[in-house]
Design a protein around this ligand. Structure first.
Ligand code: ADP
Ligand code: MG
Ligand code: ZN
Length: 489
């Protein structure tokens, strides 16, 4: 029997606020900050303290809900989810349960099989827990850092609407891109600011019913997410093939051993003894606030890709690469506006191949975390225009680009200083061609004897002799002309 995977995802995304969800503590980079350096009686759960809702967190959450097309509930309720865990000193997590911030909504995904809409169940607000580190030693110890306790978390829950790991990958990368576009989350997976829980079941292909699912907790990277789902689909298929049942349970993922491990039999909602948080009033979202957030939404990735394609005649693949990151798309558009006469496709090609390639080699981003680009969009456009109009050759262009990135200087100065103007004059180039042929008589003879492939080697020598300032196609024509003219210099 052929089984089809069915996956529903819970995505936890930290919201990029200045302070925590219910107290004034700064939200810090938990991979960098000294442990327990951003804590206070509220997020440490001291008795007698009171939570106060972070307005900014609500605004960021609304951005996401609106961008996903969810229905925002006029009134949502914070609830206590009770459980004991060392990284949760209050003994409960403030979350939303029966009435979440928003419900419904959808996200469009694109896979090689085409484009499809994944339905969402709900989007709600909660607070993050602290972080435990288990240290070997005598005796073994568990260390706890509460810097993350109380950080605002947005939970985005999908319907069981993903039917392959390709779709899971497409969904999670599209969601990450959206969160970054909305400037609610940095997308830094290594810092744990986005985490996944995967609900996985299988069913006979073609069936409409849902099978028994397991929930895999704490998946912190795309790689673990995909590996864990692959593993579970195989494990469940084997069980069913042997006539065994899948048991509904909560699983952990062991990254080193590459397998899921049973954590506990599936908890039911009533095990958490949810009840409305008595210290917080219901969260009321006024219509005008919602309208204000909606009006301030940026152009979203899908819409932007369509616009880049029609406004600048970009191909779908190029446009996709450029909209991956909002700062990259902004950079592209700024460079296109700086040189309106230049074909934007040429800019896009240079951006996605040469500029990205050089930046990668230098280990630098196009735009840094302060929004500062590695080079001015107008200078980049100036450089590409010089290549396109033949002022300098492509290879020279690459050299100039590298120097612009290293030294922060304008293309004109670099071209002038290094004498990189293209050798446009055939006579000057003929002279170099003749000299190279003279100096490489053996190779020239090979070409004359019919070994055509050696021409490319001679072209390379001429390019070298011209310091990249010659047009390689012209060089090849001149070389072929010269070698077949019968003269041997
Ligand atoms: P809970 O609140 O107990 O975690 P929910 O019913 O709200 O459970 O579902 C949580 C997630 O599990 C959702 O993303 C949902 O799409 C997914 N899910 C529910 N049933 C299945 C199933 N049979 N197979 C795969 N995913 C499922
Ligand atoms: Mg769950
Ligand atoms: Zn605090």
């Amino acid at each position: 029997m052929i089984f089809e995977p069915v996956v529903g995802l819970e995505i936890h995304a930290e919201l990029q606020t200045q302070t925590k969800m219910f107290c004034g503590c700064r939200r810090v980079d938990t991979t960098q900050a000294a442990p327990n350096s951003a804590v206070c009686p509220v997020c440490l759960g001291y008795p007698g303290t009171l939570p106060v809702v972070n307005k900014r967190a609500i605004e960021l959450a609304l951005r996401v809900a609106l961008a996903l097309g969810c229905d925002v509930l006029p009134e949502s309720v914070f609830a206590r989810k009770n459980y004991f865990y060392p990284d949760l000193p209050k003994g409960y997590q403030i979350s939303q349960y029966e009435t979440p911030l928003a419900s419904g909504g959808a996200l469009r995904i694109v896979t090689p099989a085409g484009s499809r809409v994944v339905r969402l169940r709900r989007v709600h607000l909660e607070e993050d827990t602290g972080k435990l580190t288990h240290a070997d030693g005598q005796p073994p110890a568990s260390l706890v850092d509460f810097n993350r306790a109380g950080v605002p978390l947005l939970e985005i829950v999908s319907e069981p609407d993903l039917f392959s790991v390709e779709e899971v990958k497409a969904y999670t990368t599209a969601m990450r891109r959206l969160l970054r576009y909305l400037e609610v989350n940095s997308g830094d997976m290594e810092k744990g600011v986005i985490r996944f829980e995967a609900n996985v079941s299988i069913r006979p292909a073609g069936s409409r019913e849902l099978g028994t699912r397991v929930e895999i907790k704490n998946l912190n990277s795309f790689r673990s997410l995909v590996r864990a789902i692959d593993y579970e689909v195989l494990r469940q298929s084997e069980r069913l093939a042997r006539g065994q049942r899948v048991i509904q349970e909560t699983l952990g993922w062991d990254e080193t051993r590459g397998e899921t491990t049973s954590q506990r039999s599936k908890e039911e909602a009533h095990d958490y003894r949810y009840f409305p948080e008595p210290d917080l009033p219901p969260l009321r979202i006024e219509a005008d606030e919602l309208a204000r957030v909606r009006a301030a939404l940026p152009e979203l990735p899908d819409a932007r890709r369509e616009r880049l394609m029609s406004q600048y005649q970009l191909g779908a693949a190029e446009a996709e690469v450029i909209v991956e990151d909002r700062a990259t798309a902004d950079f592209f558009e700024a460079s296109a506006h700086a040189r309106p006469a230049l074909a934007p496709r040429r800019l896009a090609a240079w951006l996605t191949s040469d500029l990205f390639g050089t930046l990668n080699a230098l280990g630098r981003p196009l735009v840094d975390t302060h929004g500062q680009p590695a080079l001015a969009p107008a200078d980049f456009a100036d450089l590409v225009e010089r290549v396109v109009t033949g002022g300098i050759t492509g290879p020279s262009g690459k050299a100039v680009l590298e120097e612009m990135l290293r030294g922060g200087r304008m293309p004109e100065a670099i071209v002038r200083e290094r004498g990189l103007e293209r050798i446009g004059d055939d006579a000057a180039l003929r002279e170099i061609v003749q000299r190279v042929v003279r100096e490489n008589a053996a190779q020239a003879d090979q070409v004359r004897a019919g070994k055509i492939s050696v021409v490319q080697w001679l072209v390379g020598q001429v390019m070298k002799a011209s310091r990249g300032r010659a047009d390689p196609r012209l060089v090849q024509t001149l070389l072929e002309e010269y070698l077949s003219s019968g003269r041997d210099g």
